[in-house]
Design a protein around this ligand. Sequence first.
Ligand code: SF4
Length: 384
Amino acid sequence: MPHQPPPSENPARLESFRSEVVERVRAGGNVWKLPRGELRLPRVFGFCRGVERALVMLAEALAGHAAGGGRVVLLGQIIHNPWVNDYFQRQGVRILSGTEMEDLESFLGPDDAAVVPAFGVRPDVERRLQAIGCRRIDTTCGNVRRLWQWVERAAADGYGVMIFGRTRHDETIVTRSRLGEAGGHYVIVESIAQVETFCRILAGAAGGDRDEAFRKAFAGAATNAASLAPFARLAQVSQTTMLYDDTLAVRDRLGQAFAPDAGPDRLLFEPTVCRATQSRQIAAVELCQSGLDLTVVVGGFGSSNTRHLYELAGEFSPAVFIEQADSIRSAAQIRTIDPATETPVLREGWLPRRENLRVGVLAGASCPEVVVGQVLERLAALLA
Ligand code: SF4
């Protein structure tokens, strides 16, 4: 019996995000057979508990606070999915952009409700909300909060922190600002190659002055340290949505780098990739291993966990990453993302021209089932 995702914490509140098509395909063993092929779903996909909780809290704020005449203002995107953010905007939620967030006082008053997204907000934003005196609805996921607590403790114990994540991702921006505020030092590595660079500099294998090499390799937002000294004792964490296998590779590489003279306490790891991310990655690999001609990955282009599913899928078959059903313009043309430039592009010839096509559909933890259902319907029309 295939394992199904956990039930919603409040199904009634998220009714608009559900899909009868997805339910039908699930009931059919996660396969939709069609005249020219079949569509396959993994056994776990879509909303995680953290996302569901955030959306339920936002929906409740809208129902309660807005009914009393106050505005509901979202401090950035609630999650990285355009369909979901558009949905709440249509319901009257004001979503502040990055620039508007720097000028909070112009957009929020004491009668408003400010909603903190699932990735949390920087401590300075929290202080400003307090000064404004508005109601605060905090949807920060418990996994993200645990990550903050762990790095703050590590910093207090004298460790420099390596964050394996995306420098510009909201979660990592908030984590590093909390760490900086707690007096800690961080270095952010986005890839295994950057971990390798860090280890080579640490070992003095990069040549020249180690601190100078460090400053050159990790400039700007990647670190708040002026030298390697804070990382003599290193604590390593990962953004909650990274590829789990990559986090193991980071751990192995650091283990080698510190091995020669590592005392028991010189290197600490905390497995911070959340279970929802892991279970979706495991299910995605299982589906990809079932033998697919094409994988369609659905979710926001800004969604880290969806992006990693796309990377995974590409290791097994041709893959396309789309945001929603209307990204599929026709059997010939699709709106996807260019992995090299990370910009949206129109791609031709994405659908293999052959009979009995096996197409897998993956969706990240921030993708609502209703969008997956619309994508399935559009693909089904092409395989009819
Ligand atoms: S992906 Fe993980 S960390 Fe992010 S909201 Fe979901 S459960 Fe929380």
